[in-house]
Ligand binder design. Structure first.
Ligand SMILES: Nc1ncnc2c1ncn2[C@@H]1O[C@H](COP(=O)(O)OP(=O)(O)OP(=O)(O)O)[C@@H](O)[C@H]1O
Ligand SMILES: [Mg+2]
Length: 403
């Protein structure tokens, strides 16, 4: 006769844990308190401070995450801060749903004692503003052999007038990745509104990611004022019009111009001159770019013109068009491949970053007062334009240090 099989007896303490486990699952939610130790500051801008911190879990688990603290300092009232934060939480949750390799991953938005902060992935790399600085390149120069230095100058980057100049293929490869991230935002009806080198991260892997959605807005619910960085804002935005996806294209165009020329054509201009310079830019492009010896300067010029055109209707129809359409970034890069002038840009960037990194790290430790990784001075920060206060801008916009 068969004996009924005996269930092994569960120890009492394990049974208690099993009860907890089943209770949690039945309840359908779970909560706990958590702490994030600050590791170091990643940067400070017009909106607040970004800190590298650690999400710790049970046992040995921990992972680095970035926290962006939104300062109430730039608001006149608590209500204004609350309203803007509420708006941002909605935009951030839309961005969090977008799965795109070229956009920062937003994890959550938290409020603690009235202060708001956003948790996001920590992007292990450098922002483009830092990468393009001359002193960063000098550091690389010191770290590599003469042969490698010449190769770098030949294929990736050389000293420019103010900052570094990227070789056209490299600059357009970075632009292409930015366009891909911007396309994803635009497909969700979100305008980024603050595209500039410090808001583009170049990862150690060579991949490019857009960050800083603090000025971004959902087109169906635009904010009362328009945050932007004057130096990179499209002319229509400077004139007080609502930013559109086409305005993001102009900002990327100004960035491309800077990457190619190693200059900062709009720095230090007062509002009226800045607007004028952006309206006249099409005629100035050939003089701004030292491309005489570059075989593909005509298509490059075309790409630039259709990004920075003062009339939004004359720009590419969309970010996707600028990336993949006729005369777009991909077509330009393919042309380089056909003429055997192309490189594996991601691996070139990877190598460039690893070469500069250890030296840069030492320099950062020397030049910073302990806890920040930014070696560059803060870049022009975002300001807020209200259509009826444009005349005020005339008075306050000197060197764009407006807040
Ligand atoms: N997720 C991240 N991972 C790594 N570094 C980051 C991350 N987010 C931001 N940073 C660094 O911190 C800097 C400031 O961040 P962010 O641009 O979000 O601040 P901000 O206050 O909006 O600045 P601004 O107003 O000047 O645009 C960035 O330029 C970048 O160097
Ligand atoms: Mg920023």
């Amino acid at each position: 006769m068969n004996q009924p099989s005996q269930q092994p007896k569960i120890p009492v303490d394990l049974q208690q844990r099993l009860d907890v486990f089943e209770r949690f699952l039945k309840r359908g939610n779970i909560g706990w308190t958590t702490q994030r130790p600050f590791l170091k500051s990643l940067g400070t801008g017009g909106q607040g401070t970004v800190i590298l911190t650690e999400r710790r879990g049970a046992g040995m688990f921990s992972m680095p995450v970035a926290l962006k603290f939104f300062s109430p300092g730039q608001f006149r009232t608590t209500t204004a801060y609350e309203e803007e934060m509420l708006r941002l939480t909605e935009v951030a949750s839309m961005v969090a749903r977008i799965q795109d390799d070229h956009l920062v991953d937003v994890h959550t938005f938290i409020e603690n004692e009235g202060v708001y902060y956003m948790e996001m992935e920590w992007i292990d790399g450098f922002d483009l503003l830092t990468l393009l600085r001359r002193d960063t390149l000098e550091i690389v120069h010191e770290a590599v052999t003469q042969g490698r230095w010449e190769e770098l100058n030949e294929t990736i980057v050389t000293q420019g007038e103010v900052d570094c100049r990227l070789k056209p293929g490299m600059a357009v490869a970075i632009l292409r990745e930015c366009l891909s991230g911007v396309s994803a935002l635009h497909r969700s009806d979100i305008v980024h509104c603050d595209l500039k080198p410090s808001n583009v991260m170049v990862k150690r892997t060579g991949q490019v990611k857009l960050i800083d959605v603090g000025a971004a807005f959902w087109q169906e619910k635009p904010p009362p004022g328009q945050a932007c960085t004057l130096e990179y804002a499209a002319p229509e935005v400077l004139e007080g019009k609502r930013a559109t996806p086409a305005s993001d294209l102009a900002s990327l165009g100004y960035m491309l111009l800077e990457m190619l020329s190693g200059s900062r054509p709009f720095t230090g201009l007062k509002y009226a001159d800045l607007l004028e310079a952006k309206k006249e830019i099409i005629h100035k492009l050939p003089a701004m770019l030292p491309l005489d010896t570059f075989a593909h300067s005509a298509p490059l010029m075309l790409l630039l013109r259709r990004l920075v055109h003062p009339d939004p209707a004359e720009r590419f129809q969309s970010a996707e068009d600028a990336e993949l359409g006729q005369h777009g970034a991909a077509e330009f890069l393919n042309e380089l491949v056909r003429s055997e002038r192309s490189q594996e840009y991601a691996s070139e960037i990877r190598q460039w970053i690893s070469e500069m990194e250890s030296e840069l790290h030492k320099a950062q430790q020397r030049s910073c007062s302990g806890d920040t990784t930014r070696i560059s001075p803060p870049d022009p920060t975002a300001t807020r334009i209200f259509p009826d206060s444009l005349s005020d801008l005339e008075n306050v916009t000197s060197g764009f240090d407006v807040n």
